[in-house]
Design a protein around this ligand. Structure first.
Ligand SMILES: C[S@@+](CC[C@H](N)C(=O)[O-])C[C@H]1O[C@@H](n2cnc3c(N)ncnc32)[C@H](O)[C@@H]1O
Length: 259
């Protein structure tokens, strides 16, 4: 099943609002072992100079900006975009309540409504694996960047969370198509100096319900059978009882490239 890159599924079931995304973010926030939070680390890796124009593509719930409130760039030089208008509405409201009012746009990464060379920085975190025509999107990211501009794309490595999701990964044909390993060559066709930086983290899960909610937030109803979820529940309960936690590998990071 190729639901991971099916825009109809993504817009109607997955990203019509931020509910499912927040279930996944919450698992990482509650049970991640690295006390230095992911969105803080991502922000640290990015070079945003005063006066830079910044475009985020696939901004989701706006978490990158909400978690870095103390060091935000000038709002009138930042544009946050997403192809889901539900996400645009949610992130606009959350950021406005947090006192940050950048520009917003509803935009598909494969056809960006911006002139060539408009931005100094393009950010596309955990979204390129959802794009059916990734080569076209990557060309678009290059087009809207000025020469010398920086492109940041967070994604996951092949081993990411395999203890939790590995048993069901075969139900998503297109899961690993833009990862920390497979993304490098794709970016190198349009960008220079592609670099991979990994975030050091793991999950020590001490409650069953958030782990099962994570699975339910990724796979559409019925794709993972209730008996499979029962087996997973039993493994997690047993690990929590014997070791205090269910341990899950994480392998997320950032691809960084120059136009
Ligand atoms: C996994 S979420 C990541 C959200 C955010 N960047 C983050 O890291 O928390 C993926 C986001 O990309 C958006 N998205 C998926 N396909 C897209 C496309 N073709 N163009 C623009 N946004 C897209 C989704 O609506 C969703 O908000």
């Amino acid at each position: 099943m190729a639901h991971f890159t099916d825009p109809k599924h993504l817009l109607s079931e997955q990203y019509n609002d931020d509910a499912k995304l927040n279930v996944r973010l919450a698992l990482h926030e509650r049970f991640g072992t690295n006390p230095y939070a992911w969105h803080r680390w991502v922000f640290d890796q990015m070079s945003m100079l005063p006066g830079d124009t910044v475009l985020e593509i696939g901004c989701g719930s706006g978490a990158l900006w909400l978690k870095n409130r103390d060091r935000l760039p000038e709002p009138n030089r930042c544009t946050l975009s997403d192809f889901s208008l539900g996400m645009v509405t949610t992130s606009r409201q959350a950021l406005s309540e947090a006192g940050f009012e950048p520009r917003f746009a509803g935009a598909d990464g494969q056809a960006l409504p911006f002139a060539a060379g408009t931005f100094d920085v393009v950010i596309a975190n955990h979204m390129l694996y959802h794009v059916p025509n990734r080569a076209q999107a990557i060309d678009e990211f290059r087009r809207v960047l000025r020469p010398g501009g920086r492109m940041y794309a967070a994604t996951n490595g092949r081993n990411h969370m395999h203890e939790l999701v590995g048993a069901f990964a075969d139900r998503i044909d297109d899961l690993d198509e833009f990862g920390l390993e497979s993304g490098v060559g794709q970016l190198e066709r349009s960008f220079l100096n592609v670099e991979v930086r990994r975030y050091d983290d793991a999950l020590a899960i001490t409650e069953v319900a958030p782990a099962l909610a994570y699975i339910r937030s990724v796979w559409p109803d019925g794709v993972v059978a209730e008996e499979e979820l029962d087996r997973l529940r039993a493994s997690i309960e047993s690990a929590i009882a014997s070791e205090g936690a269910y341990h899950v590998t994480k392998d997320a990071g950032l691809l960084i490239a120059t136009r």
